[in-house]
Design a protein around this ligand. Structure first.
Ligand code: JFH
Length: 224
């Protein structure tokens, strides 16, 4: 899979996607990232990417020309073009699963108040929001999408995950039971004895119960 990210701050997307598991995915060749500076697709001497909004209002709007130049130079028949925006459809795990089989993703990152709407009409396949809060720009959101998608490509994670992910707590319908590791007692706090008991049926029962309880507390929306 190839993922091209177009932004005026490529270094913001680069750092997380070159580290740790994402970095290893690149080394192993399952994914290739392209980090592109939108200003490299301008043709004026000031490399201007923004302008004042028609109709008035606060802030600046991203000019269409650099996005058209960028997408037209990068896209192929296999490309899907995404735009990060607070007005997009909510990014959920099912969307990550869908995007994980696309051979080429081009992710456009807005800045300022947003992008000229002709970019959306003519170039963009999907407008995506990573959640109902406002970031300063779309670049961190693009890195989030790329991370969530790439970890689903076979071979990126160790084999532990894949089967577990399809079962119960990995599917987003409930949250997981709490996890513990050694020591068995830490600053007066004990690991629940059932986890040390070796009774697998009892452990499963406890995890189910904790999962329900914590879902009620932290994510009541999942139970409706
Ligand atoms: C982005 C930005 C403020 C004004 C809500 C009401 C008024 C944009 C490009 C995605 C998610 C983003 C995101 C994505 C791209 C851009 C900053 C600030 C307003 C906000 C619009 C510029 C933000 N999931 N959160 N944020 N901004 N709007």
């Amino acid at each position: 899979m190839k993922i091209d990210i177009i932004t005026i701050f490529p270094e913001i997307a680069e750092a997380p996607l070159r580290s740790s598991i994402m970095g290893r995915a690149v080394e192993s060749g399952v994914v290739e990232f392209g980090f592109h500076n939108l200003r490299d697709f301008t043709s004026d001497k000031h490399r201007q990417v923004d302008d004042i909004p028609y109709g008035g209002g606060p802030g600046m709007v991203m000019k269409p020309e650099p996005f058209f130049e960028a997408v037209e130079s990068l896209r192929t028949d296999e490309s899907k073009v995404l735009l990060m925006t607070p007005q997009g459809s909510p990014f959920v795990q099912a969307k990550a699963v869908e995007l994980a089989v696309v051979p080429h993703l081009i992710i456009l990152c807005g800045h300022y108040e947003g992008v000229d709407h002709r970019v959306v009409e003519a170039l963009v396949d999907e407008e995506i929001s990573i959640g109902d809060y406002v970031l300063t720009n779309g670049t961190l959101a693009a890195a989030v999408i790329a991370d969530a998608v790439v970890r689903l490509i076979p071979g990126v994670l160790g084999d532990e995950r894949s089967s577990e992910e399809e079962s119960f707590s990995g599917d987003g319908s409930r949250i997981e039971a709490p996890h513990y590791t050694r020591p068995a007692e830490f600053r007066g706090r004990e690991v629940p004895p059932v986890l040390l008991s070796g009774h697998h049926a009892e452990i499963e029962k406890w995890r189910l119960q904790m999962s329900e309880q914590r879902t009620k507390e932290n994510r009541p929306d999942l139970l409706d």
